[in-house]
Ligand binder design. Structure first.
Ligand code: ACO
Length: 342
């Protein structure tokens, strides 16, 4: 029976193979701003040092948007590269979802700027706000819309300029983040028969708003009428991160009827190498098959997973039919996981 009847306490999730449309990846793209800020560069104006940042986080450098760039500029560049890799034109798209916590403006949605720049005159475009979990949330929403027939071809973007909401005097947070964008194109296709269907196999998203104070921005249009700055209790976030993401990825594997041994690549949210290593250990998953880009990108929030995905596709690691497990956690708290066969 579709849609499946869920208990009121069940997470927002579903078993994708229960219906006959699969959300298959047609292409990917990413964009990083030109300017690179190393840990040593940071140490010139913040009381920090390269050794501390590398040891505690694994981060060595990050990209920072130019003063005249806005989030949609990054998103548009990533989207164009995704279309190019898919061999498609924007005329084939009918859905644009942009996951971002740093939109160009309070409204309209950054996704509508992308839609216009690509020359799309139809379909729907909107933003999803789940901070670092945004890309997993956006994938989940796009998958549901493709499967329900509301769209046929979706551009799913994660794009952020976190450098604009950092308190550059707070060494506990400003060293952790960077700017960038990544995108994938999902096409609704008749689901393949048999044991190895391509496309999104499962997605699970969760949130628990009681954890607001551990990670938030102290501004906004309705509170301070300013953009505000990111505030974080790093230890509290760390404490929850491994448990929550592990819970989500185990749920995704179970839903798809797979185990960690069936996974070719883990592409986690890139926040902290110690969190990523703990997640791999939890699944008894070899680090050689975990895509890690945070040394070069830092934490780019909703952009981190699609940036890592695109890097691994372009350097030849992720190939068609590989099973990819993605997981993320962010402010809210929000968290989730998605499993797909590339
Ligand atoms: N450079 C040098 N020293 C620093 C810096 C810095 N940039 N930042 C903090 N310190 C100092 C502190 O002042 C403290 O000094 P003290 O002992 O003299 O008081 C010491 O280092 C230890 O500070 P802690 O905050 O306890 O360090 P911790 O080991 O917890 O590491 C970190 C901090 C890296 C933020 C860690 O808690 C973490 O990664 N948490 C997860 C947060 C995260 O990933 N957030 C991203 C958003 S959510 C997400 O994406 C999952």
């Amino acid at each position: 029976m579709y849609p499946p009847r869920l208990s009121p306490h069940a997470p927002l999730s579903y078993r994708s193979r229960a219906i006959d449309v699969a959300s298959v990846v047609a292409g990917s793209g990413s964009y990083l701003p030109e300017k690179v800020l190393s840990n040593d560069d940071l140490a010139k104006f913040v009381d920090t040092n390269d050794a501390w940042v590398r040891k505690r986080t694994g981060i060595a450098r990050r990209h920072i948007a130019a003063d005249d760039q806005v989030t949609s500029d990054l998103a548009i560049a990533a989207a164009r590269r995704a279309l190019e890799s898919a061999g498609m034109t924007a005329a084939e798209l009918d859905l644009v979802i942009c996951a971002t916590a740093t939109p160009d403006e309070t409204f309209p949605a950054t996704a509508t700027r992308v839609q216009a720049a690509l020359g799309m005159e139809r379909g729907a475009a909107f933003d999803v706000q789940a901070v670092c979990s945004g890309f997993v949330y956006a994938l989940s929403v796009a998958d549901a819309m493709l499967k329900s027939g509301q769209a046929r071809c979706a551009l799913v973007i994660g794009a952020e300029i976190f450098s604009r909401i950092l308190d550059w005097e707070d060494r506990g947070t400003c060293v952790l983040f960077g700017d960038g964008a990544g995108a994938i194109i999902l096409r609704g296709e008749a689901a393949a028969e048999g044991d190895a269907p391509r496309g999104i196999l499962a997605s699970h998203i969760f949130s628990d708003g009681r954890h607001h104070d551990a990670l938030y921005v102290d501004g906004g249009p309705a509170s301070t009428q300013t953009a505000g700055h990111l505030r974080m209790d790093g230890r509290e976030v760390f404490r929850h991160a491994v448990v929550r993401m592990a819970e989500a990825m185990e749920a995704a594997l179970e839903t798809a009827g797979l185990t960690a041994e069936n996974v070719d690549w883990m592409v986690p949210h890139q926040a902290n190498l110690r969190i990523i290593e703990a997640l791999a250990k939890r699944l008894d998953f070899p680090m050689e098959r975990v895509v890690v880009t945070l040394q070069d990108h830092a934490n780019t929030s909703a952009a981190s997973i699609p940036l890592a995905l695109d890097s691994a596709v372009r350097d030849g690691r992720i190939k068609q039919n590989d099973v990819v497990l993605m997981q993320a956690m962010g402010g809210g708290f929000t968290w989730g996981a998605a499993l797909l066969r590339w």
